[in-house]
Design a protein around this ligand. Sequence first.
Ligand SMILES: Nc1ncnc2c1ncn2[C@@H]1O[C@H](COP(=O)(O)OP(=O)(O)OP(=O)(O)O)[C@@H](O)[C@H]1O
Length: 320
Amino acid sequence: MIRFEQVTKRYPDGTTAVEDLSFEVAEGELVTLVGPSGCGKTTTMKMVNRLIDPTSGRILLGGEDIAAADPVELRRRIGYVIQQVGLFPHKTVLENTATVPQLIGTPRAAARARAAELLELVGLDPSVYGGRYPEELSGGQRQRVGVARALAADPPVLLMDEPFGAVDPVVRERLQNEFLTLQKTVRKTILLVTHDLEEAIRLGDRIAVYGTGTIEQFARPAAVLGSPATPYVASFVGADRGLKRLAVTTVGAADLTPADGTAPPASVRLGATLREALAALLQEDSGRIGVTDPDTGELAGVLTPQDVHRALRRAELQEA
Ligand SMILES: Nc1ncnc2c1ncn2[C@@H]1O[C@H](COP(=O)(O)OP(=O)(O)OP(=O)(O)O)[C@@H](O)[C@H]1O
């Protein structure tokens, strides 16, 4: 869906922001770009909606070279969410969300109805928040309006630059989870820039780990954590990468110990992450928790610390 072919960007002062970048984002995939400040993430993203043009190489969107596209028309197909959100201060939440549909000629009533639907979708009741102005919202609520507004024109592609950067860690994690649920419904093709590895791991179907101006590894989160491609990636993901793997490994039926009749009081569902399972286990004096099948609601088995250990090992072998 988005394809970079040997893209280099050199700024007029001679700074090479990215060099010989080639990668592809599949339709409906969420790729996170992660790396230290100044490594070229934002430059990469802004080349997709032509806020910046590459010095050489080309970028294809749905097979079409974007260099030949009209930038204004191109940006209609690409939603853009930035950290500062950039809501219009003198417009209400509903008006902010309806801006793009109205710009592209959707009749006012239909645009507002669509905006209300989207606010609902991002967890803001339009009857409560629709009439407010941005300054009357919390940071997290503003962030949600930014996401709703970017989705309003139903663009197939979303670019998100540190979209959850401006809120505290607790709100941030909640927004990330909500966003993942939302993405399951809307299935946009997304490039998301972050400097936060945890966020990249939690959100990305695949992660591009940036060195300086180049991608050092482009792979699924578990593979980046399990088999870092270079010493640089290994040091970037850190010595605690084993712990981080807990967040990307899920509890499968094969990991469980058969239940012996008595259901432990605490439980998680099949498909929960090992991190969630471990958190539940640590709360539980008996050293075991139940695991339920989310489809039937029935107990599928129990999980012990040994099972968690085995599940981690299994995941490691699968990635190797
Ligand atoms: N307009 C510009 N002119 C010259 N150099 C620039 C320009 N914009 C960015 N750069 C440089 O290009 C490099 C990449 O910048 P970019 O903004 O893409 O990095 P980033 O990874 O997004 O960083 P951050 O996480 O700090 O936003 C940096 O060295 C930056 O100083």
